[in-house]
Design a protein around this ligand. Structure first.
Ligand SMILES: [Zn+2]
Length: 287
């Protein structure tokens, strides 16, 4: 097969995988919300493991459950009751699809340069899997926070553990490449700086504002993001960017609805994604 064709197929596969996971993330957010609020039924029908319409409880068939396409064909409405499915679903699918497409672009050169099996490659794929899991967890948190203004604790703990494992695979990879004695200390120092800047400042804001400005979950999400970025410089940019985006949104919201309540979770996640993908360029700016 032609290498260009292979690349396009690879990228399409990544986009579709992201869209499916975006749909999954939206579903999970609803499922967790229903569980947390003690609701088990929609319109008198018990919510099982299958996807349902959130207005009438109609169980979606396989053809109504295809990411992006179903939403377009059904014009964003339930087939049975005609109520709107909501924008969150399609936005989640498209945005995570786009994130995976970019991820695909980044890892394609690595994938085609694999010629033989070694532990470095195993570690590479473990690292990649942790990143993917981290993205999906952050998407669930983002949807949850945007919809209900809360961050479920067990999700925060899970994403922090995933972030810690992600950092651990970075440490392991320098053990394998034999540069542990020279590279380990700078990596750990950089991590400490990253956590102090991003999680530290969110924690201070949370404590000083007595939960008025920043919610209790935000600093834990910031901690997970700080660990995944693993660099004080990237953490600083993520801190600036998340607050900048939240301020713009805050001003727009204040003009429109006069409410000054902002949930930081979605802005932290958006800032993380931007900084994460631009990191090699951003690091070159600083060092
Ligand atoms: Zn319906």
């Amino acid at each position: 097969m032609n290498i260009e064709v292979a690349k396009i197929l690879f990228l399409i596969f990544f986009f579709l995988m992201g869209a499916v996971l975006g749909s999954f993330a939206c579903c999970q957010a609803w499922r967790i919300h229903l569980k947390e609020s003690g609701k088990k039924k929609i319109n008198g029908k018990t919510v099982g493991n299958r996807s349902v319409c959130l207005s009438c409880g109609h169980q979606l068939s396989a053809t109504e459950n295809i990411p992006i396409l179903s939403w377009i064909f059904l014009r964003g409405k339930c087939k049975k009751c005609g109520k709107k499915i909501g924008l969150a679903e399609i936005l989640s699918e498209l945005s995570l699809g786009a994130v995976f497409l970019i991820l695909g672009f980044f890892i394609w050169p690595d994938i085609i340069s694999i010629y033989s099996f070694n532990w470095g490659i195993v570690l590479y794929f473990v690292n990649l899997t942790l990143l993917v899991v981290g993205f999906v967890l952050m998407w669930i948190l983002m949807i949850y926070d945007a919809k209900w203004g809360k961050l479920p604790t067990f999700l925060l703990v899970t994403v922090t553990i995933v972030a810690a494992l992600f950092f651990f695979t970075k440490l392991l990879s320098i053990v394998i490449s034999g540069t542990f004695s020279t590279d380990a200390w700078p990596l750990v120092l950089s991590l400490i700086g990253s956590v102090a800047i991003l999680a530290g400042i969110y924690y201070l804001l949370y404590k000083l504002s007595r939960e008025k400005l920043v919610g209790g979950g935000d600093w834990i999400l910031a901690l997970a993001i700080a660990i995944m970025l693993g660099s004080w410089w990237l953490a600083l940019i993520a801190l600036f960017l998340s607050n900048f985006l939240a301020s713009i949104y805050g001003i727009a919201q204040k003009i429109k609805t006069k409410s000054s309540l902002i949930y930081f979770g979605p802005f932290l996640v958006i800032a993380f994604v931007i900084v994460f993908f631009c990191q090699s360029w951003l690091l070159r700016l600083c060092f």
